[in-house]
Design a protein around this ligand. Structure first.
Ligand code: ZN
Length: 446
């Protein structure tokens, strides 16, 4: 078995892994690198094309697969979940693998289709929608091969672990996850199947090492739900504005937001393109129980005329909007820059149901945003949030259940990956023998 760690092994983003066994190659995820995308948005002269994306390093550099002679052998592309750092690159790269089938859960596929529609990209690859805890056959060069999709929990819905039963043994793709025994939507992780696979033998595990250095089991989404309930219960001023911002892809979080939001007796309105994209996808696959309880507004003109109404009647609405990372052009960014008919006043409320993504670009923009909000007298509640990535103890559990022969940490640079190598060392693995540090574009043979 050969594993090419295409992207996401030197940075947090553009995740992509290629695995070859016999004459079959499978791809796992194909995401965006956000700082690259932001750079590109600020340089419109480069153009939002594959060449432009490659220039700023916004997508995985999959040209390594041409060099290896693997590109024509790719039979399938698996998407683990709907986050852009796992699916955002695929619209621009999938045409390079015309024979490969794209395989994802209903929600992930709906998000991909929505991106394709927005960007007016037409992909000819076949698509296959798979459900959690099912096994599928994929046609290979020499017969069918079994691939299994195992339910896991993270910070968006319908996340899958993928186990490929290759001729060389089981390859297990374990990105992204935390072990949440009380998810707000969907099932708890399928521990039983993980243990069974471990007992039968797993050849190689590629795993989400983002928080391998953090001594914890990441808290359940149920905790975030409690934090939200308190945050919203303590808004007493009936005449001030109430805004909340969170990850648009976090459908379970949005569900809690709406449930407690209803108790404020305000009308709940979702503003912004990315909220529309993800909530629209959830509606499409019948995963949006709060659909009838909210209004969704997507386009700038309608948003502006709605914000005028909020300005005049600020106690009437509860607004959920984009901009928790201080992103340029987001609703919050435009409001604080006074580009909309609504302006924050002293005593208005804003809840950040998010954490700052620990990248310099996000840290800087949030500092600027928070500074302006404070100046405008807004009452802030930040970090009403729990992470979707497991800590060291979640990872230890996964390793104990799967007992993989080989481990490759992913989802970050040395800073994230080295602590997982150290954890593997504690558990008896030997560095460079059966625990491997990789970098983008490298091949590991096991
Ligand atoms: Zn994710």
């Amino acid at each position: 078995m050969e594993i090419c760690t295409v992207g996401g092994y030197e940075e947090v983003g553009k995740n992509m892994t290629a695995v070859k066994s016999g004459e079959e190659v499978y791809l796992f995820d194909c995401g965006f690198y956000l700082p690259g995308i932001i750079e590109l948005q600020e340089m419109p002269e480069i153009g939002y094309t594959l060449n432009g994306l490659r220039r700023v390093g916004g997508v995985p550099d999959d040209r390594i697969l041409d060099e290896l002679g693997w590109r024509d052998k790719v039979k399938a592309i698996f998407l683990s979940h709907a986050h852009l750092d796992h699916v955002g690159g695929l619209p621009y790269l999938a045409h390079r693998y015309p024979k490969a089938e794209i395989i994802a859960s209903p929600f992930t596929m709906a998000v991909l289709e929505s991106i394709l529609k927005d960007e007016k990209i037409n992909l000819r690859n076949r698509r296959r929608v798979v459900h959690e805890n099912t096994t599928h056959q994929i046609k290979g060069s020499s017969g069918n091969l079994k691939v299994e999709f195992i339910n896991t929990t993270h910070s968006t819905i319908q996340c899958l672990f993928v186990a490929w039963h290759s001729k060389d043994g089981v390859f297990f793709y374990g990105l992204d996850f935390k072990f949440d025994n009380h998810p707000i939507m969907g099932l708890p992780p399928n521990y039983k199947r993980l243990k069974e696979l471990g007992n039968a033998g797993v050849k190689c595990l590629v795993v989400d090492a983002l928080y391998a250095d953090t001594d914890r089991r990441t808290a359940s989404e149920r905790i975030a739900r409690n934090l939200l309930e308190d945050a919203l219960r303590n808004i007493h001023d009936k005449d001030s504005a109430l805004f909340l911002t969170t990850f648009s892809s976090h459908i379970a979080r949005l569900k809690s937001v709406v449930e407690f939001g209803q108790k404020t007796n305000r009308k709940i309105v979702f503003l912004g393109r990315s909220l529309n994209k993800y909530v629209g996808a959830a509606i499409k696959v019948s995963q949006c129980s709060f659909r009838g309880k909210i209004e969704l507004i997507k386009y700038r003109r309608q948003i502006n005329s709605f914000l005028k109404k909020v300005e005049e009647n600020r106690g009437k609405y509860f607004i959920v909007c984009t901009g928790h990372q201080g992103e340029k052009g987001s609703i919050l960014d435009r409001i604080v820059k006074e580009e909309t008919p609504f302006k924050f006043r002293r005593g208005d409320n804003l809840i950040f149901s998010s954490s700052v993504i620990p990248a310099p670009v996000n840290i800087n923009s949030r500092e600027k945003l928070d500074g302006k909000l404070r100046k405008q007298g807004v009452r802030l509640q930040t970090d009403i949030h729990v992470s979707g990535h497991g800590g060291r103890e979640d990872l230890r559990d996964l390793l104990e259940m799967l007992k993989p022969q080989h481990i490759i940490p992913a989802h970050g640079s040395l800073k994230q990956e080295a602590p997982l190598i150290e954890l593997a060392g504690e558990m008896g693995y030997k560095f460079q023998e059966n625990s491997h540090l990789s970098s983008d574009g490298k091949v590991i043979k096991i």
